[in-house]
Design a protein around this ligand. Sequence first.
Ligand code: SME
Length: 160
Amino acid sequence: MFDFAATAGLPKPELYRELLAAADALTAGEEDGVANMANVAALLWDFLPDVNWTGFYRVVDGELVLGPFAGRPACIRIAMGKGVCGTAAQEAATQLVPDVHAFPGHIACDGATLSELVVPVIREGAVIAVVDLDSPLPARFDAADAAGIEALASMLSSRI
Ligand code: SME
């Protein structure tokens, strides 16, 4: 259906423009949030180089619960304020972590992960989910990645 080979090597702003357009095409008009998260998790996995986990945690009854993802099986429940994901959810703020071992309380789901980017998805002022990207490279993510995933999260807030 989609072939993203052509995006390899694009500068990040262009890569994220392409990613957003693809995510928009995949989720527009579909009301099922699980289906939309599943397709976006797979899209992120396909689009982004040097990642070992791409996916969602959803806020359910005051804690984070694993959602659709690509990568190895992961921790199922994360308390608000715990780890990188719980911190992003509690503070409603992007967490750009160049070295996960230096992040207090980091939850190691996969020992191969060295850096991480977590972006909250906010609907009507409340955090409803987070997008989590992990990488086996140190300092894999930068401000351009954060801006790209924040734009994605904003688009998804009414679709998941
Ligand atoms: N490392 C995350 C936990 C989720 S896994 O990376 C998929 C954290 O500290 O919140």
